[in-house]
Design a protein around this ligand. Structure first.
Ligand SMILES: [Zn+2]
Ligand SMILES: [Zn+2]
Length: 315
């Protein structure tokens, strides 16, 4: 198991102890290269030692190693430099190195776009950094320089399901923006004055218990619901890579923020307080208008009557 650790401060007075750690950790690799030279190791450490930007790694109060970490600004934005990352022999191969790096990545300032590190040529550190997602950017006689882009923070998993609990899902959308649909079909499908949805990719959703039953609400769309209790769960255009989940079926609907209103032409005014959010009419949505036309013909008004086949000119 990876031991728990904490960071502690480093001062100028720690130089001798840390340089001894550096020499102990790098000795085997340097000897393999035939370049083990303690004097040179001390000089190199002296020239790049930044106590204020270096931390001690403590495991149960015991000194397990050290790591330097500081920003480097350049033309392409800001990088965070990892330097002098050494773990004492008995704290290696425990997953501690990865755990320390993960914590450093997590605390990078918002403007940081990547991480940088260097490793002595042919040392085990190279394999370690490659496993952590670093890629080689340059090399010289002694060292290999690596960079790793900052990955977007993972979006937390959303879970939800129907009222009776028979159908459950898990979803990992890349955003948490929701919207209201005021179209008459959503009002009927939800038995409510409007529907609240989050739109996401189908491959971001997994049905984890049961499966919804689907109802073809028009020739080109279907709505998923629980066959036992009736909770509306999803909406999708046939053949689309995307779908909607109903916000009300989420375990934590508050995780989603409403951002827009759709089909405002059928919004029920006395059931709607103005929240200042942007609204769009259905006929302003060109792709959707096109779906209606190609499924039902040019002259048919999109909506419930067309879907039921009771619109003028449909019978
Ligand atoms: Zn149910
Ligand atoms: Zn709708």
């Amino acid at each position: 198991m990876t031991p728990a650790f904490e960071f502690g401060p480093v001062t100028e007075a720690d130089f001798d102890e840390l340089v001894a750690l550096r020499i102990a950790v790098m000795r085997a690799s340097l000897e393999r290269l035939g370049r083990f030279d303690p004097q040179r190791a001390v000089q190199r450490f002296r020239s790049t030692f930044r106590p204020a930007d270096t931390r001690r790694i403590l495991v149960g109060g015991e000194a397990a190693g050290c790591v330097g970490y500081w920003p480097e600004a350049d033309g392409d934005g800001e990088a965070m430099r990892v330097e002098h990352f050494y773990l004492a022999e008995r704290f290696q191969r425990l997953g501690l190195g990865s755990a320390v790096l993960r914590r450093l990545f997590d605390e990078a300032p918002p403007q940081a776009t990547r991480f940088r590190v260097g490793a002595l040529r042919d040392s085990d550190a190279n394999h370690f950094y490659l496993r952590q997602g670093f890629m080689k950017v340059s090399e010289d006689d002694w060292d290999i320089a690596y960079e790793r882009p900052r990955l977007p923070a993972p979006v937390p998993m959303l879970t939800g399901g129907c009222l009776c609990g028979a159908v459950r899902y898990a979803a990992r959308p890349t955003h948490h923006d929701g919207y209201y649909c005021h179209c008459r079909m959503c009002q009927l499908a939800f038995g409510n004055t409007r529907a609240a949805f989050i739109n996401l990719r189908k491959d971001e959703v997994r049905w984890t218990a049961g499966t919804p039953r689907f109802y073809a609400s028009s020739k080109f769309a279907r709505r998923g619901f629980c066959a036992d209790c009736g909770t509306p769960l999803s909406f999708e255009y046939l053949g689309s890579e995307r779908m909607d989940l109903s916000v009300g079926s989420l375990d934590d609907p508050a995780a989603i923020t409403p951002t827009t209103h759709f089909a405002v032409e059928s919004r029920i005014a006395n059931w709607h307080g103005d929240d200042g959010l942007r609204g769009q009419r259905l006929d302003e949505h060109a792709a959707l208008t096109e779906r209606w036309k190609s499924a039902y013909g040019d002259g048919v008004e999109p909506g419930v009557a067309a879907a039921r086949g009771t619109a003028a000119g449909q019978r």
